[in-house]
Design a protein around this ligand. Structure first.
Ligand code: TEU
Length: 531
């Protein structure tokens, strides 16, 4: 089992740091900022896709798995990045997108050109099923060239690969092994639980997800992938991104007994602000659901001795600082940032922190649809003309993936790029930036540093047992082993609560007033007590 104390920093290269003055972040930008990541105490850097791509889905549409997109830099710069990161104790984790390729990949082009061998790399049907694409619309696109429909669970420019074809699987193993040879020490597999489709292909229920999610051959495929690639190196950390999955499946994906993956990403806890499961709903938060979901998953993963992942953010989620109950003042916002961090990262699992989260970066105000860049956001906006414009913009403000993809705010001038950036920077950069927070002891950034240091140096907080304590308004859990016990209490609300407790030592305090037997916990505050 992999270490539960690992911390992974996720970089969205396009928006991290531009050094080539084209408004797009690059590998040299990452190299220039490695010490920011190393100083915070991270073990791994996960890079979202940097391969050659038409960028219709920001690199998740790969046209060549073997080459770095010149947009981001050169092959030599990548090697330097791996080397320089290693010198600082950081390993590189690459994003592997194998559910689909780009339609510009030569395999797809050759398929359209009539090469039967490559047609079998993809999934075709004479008539579409009713399946819906994750980005809206039907999941089948007609090909004039072949007179058939191909499957694309995401954008039309992302045709799904046919994993039933052994040649496809062999190609994939070759790709993974190629990156292992280049010194990569981790893999994040994009929507990996969608690769096994149920045959024959039929409509199924709803949007069709029951026909391809956690499909019939998924565990076999993952075992084969591992055996042919990363099984050879115990040092490699793998994580699978799972779409609409279940605890039972995840326990199997990440069980050390089954030889599939080391860990999984699951997203249920990030749908607690989806009213009636609808992503674009606004001004909604179900605290009980958040508590229940985190508790159930944590308990199940612990019971099965499986590694869980802890995360609030990634490039597909709105900014966590802007989610749930809204802070009314800057002071409250600061407490909220810290409270969220403490709640998540002292639980049991490998922690993933997304660029900008460590300084509490926030969602964008969308004043017009032109502010949106993401294909999913634009599709939602265009498909919902019956909803008033202001309401749609509000939904984008709260839920669009664009919120996560605005450039990193390095100092009071922004300092992401010398020229206009590919995506507008959040105008709050003079107030929220790395430089200002580095100098401020009380900042969100320094709290993340403190929390990472605290957890990594503490056996109980990494590998101790977790137990949840039910409370109507507070989020409370204990971490313990035979010798020690810690209790973590978090108030995610904009009101004060009290909690009766006999305690001994306080190792962390965030505005909580401690009386002899009672804690007074102001809005958005949290505390770790040693019992
Ligand atoms: O995302 C998978 C996925 O299904 C969701 O995160 C989805 O994009 C989101 O819920 C829509 O609201 C992965 C990548 O992380 C994402 O960036 C890609 O767009 C997607 O796969 C396709 O490769």
């Amino acid at each position: 089992m992999k270490e539960l104390g690992y911390f992974v920093y996720q970089i969205y290269p396009k928006s991290f740091k531009d050094t080539s003055n084209n408004g797009i972040g690059d590998l040299n930008g990452i190299r220039a900022k490695l010490s920011h990541i190393a100083d915070l105490g991270f073990d791994y850097i996960w890079l979202t896709p940097i391969y050659i791509s038409p960028q219709n889905d920001n690199g998740y549409d790969v046209a060549d798995y073997y080459q770095i997109d010149p947009l981001f830099g050169t092959e030599a710069e990548f090697d330097l990045l791996v080397e320089e990161a290693a010198e600082l104790g950081l390993k590189i984790m690459m994003d592997m997108v194998f559910n689909h390729t780009s339609s510009s990949h030569q395999w797809f082009k050759r398929a359209l050109n009539g090469e039967k061998q490559y047609q079998d790399y993809y999934i075709w049907r004479d008539e579409p099923t009713t399946w819906e694409s994750k980005f809206g619309g039907n999941a089948w696109e007609y090909s004039e060239e072949l007179g058939k429909y191909y499957l694309h669970l995401f954008d039309t420019s992302q045709p799904d690969l046919n994993w039933e074809n052994k040649n496809v699987r062999q190609e994939i193993y070759q790709i993974v092994n190629y990156w292992i040879k280049r010194g990569v020490k981790g893999f994040r597999f994009d929507v990996i639980n969608l690769i096994s489709k149920k045959y024959p292909l039929v409509d199924g229920t709803g949007d069709g997800r029951d026909q391809y999610t956690d499909g019939p051959r998924i565990h076999e495929f993952l075992k084969e992938l591992r055996a042919n690639t990363f099984a050879s190196d115990e040092d490699i950390l793998t994580v699978g991104e799972m779409s609409s999955t279940s605890i039972a499946e995840c326990v199997q994906y990440a069980s050390s007994k089954r030889d599939e993956l080391d860990s999984v990403f699951h997203f249920h806890h990030l749908k607690v602000d989806y009213k009636d499961s609808y992503k674009w709903s606004t001004d909604y938060f179900d605290f009980q659901m958040l508590k229940e979901l985190l508790r159930t998953w944590q308990e199940a993963m612990q019971e099965e001795n499986v590694v869980d992942t802890l995360f609030w953010s990634c490039h597909d989620q709105p900014r966590i600082a802007s989610r749930f109950i809204q802070a009314q003042t800057t002071e409250q916002q600061l407490r909220k940032n810290k409270c969220l961090a403490m709640l998540m990262y002292l639980m049991r699992g490998i922690s993933y922190i997304y660029q900008g989260e460590e300084i509490g970066m926030q969602n964008l105000e969308f004043s017009k649809i032109d502010d949106a860049v993401d294909v999913e956001a634009i599709n939602y906006y265009n498909a919902n003309e019956h909803i008033p414009v202001e309401e749609r913009l509000r939904a984008l403000n709260q839920k669009s993936r664009d919120n996560a993809r605005t450039p990193m705010q390095w100092n009071e001038k922004g300092d992401f790029s010398q020229v206009e950036s590919w995506q507008k920077m959040n105008p709050n950069y003079p107030a929220i930036n790395v430089a200002a927070q580095s100098e401020n002891e009380n900042s969100t950034l320094n709290f993340y540093r403190e929390l990472i240091t605290l957890k990594k140096g503490n056996n109980v907080l990494t590998s101790g047992q977790i137990r949840f304590i039910d409370d109507e308004k507070l989020f409370i859990y204990e971490r313990s082993n035979e010798e020690e016990k810690y209790i973590i209490i978090c108030n995610l609300w904009d009101q004060e609560f009290t909690y009766e407790l006999e305690h001994k030592a306080i190792i962390n305090n965030n505005g909580v007033i401690v009386n002899e037997k009672q804690l007074i916990i102001p809005s958005f505050s949290s505390i770790v007590l040693k019992i």
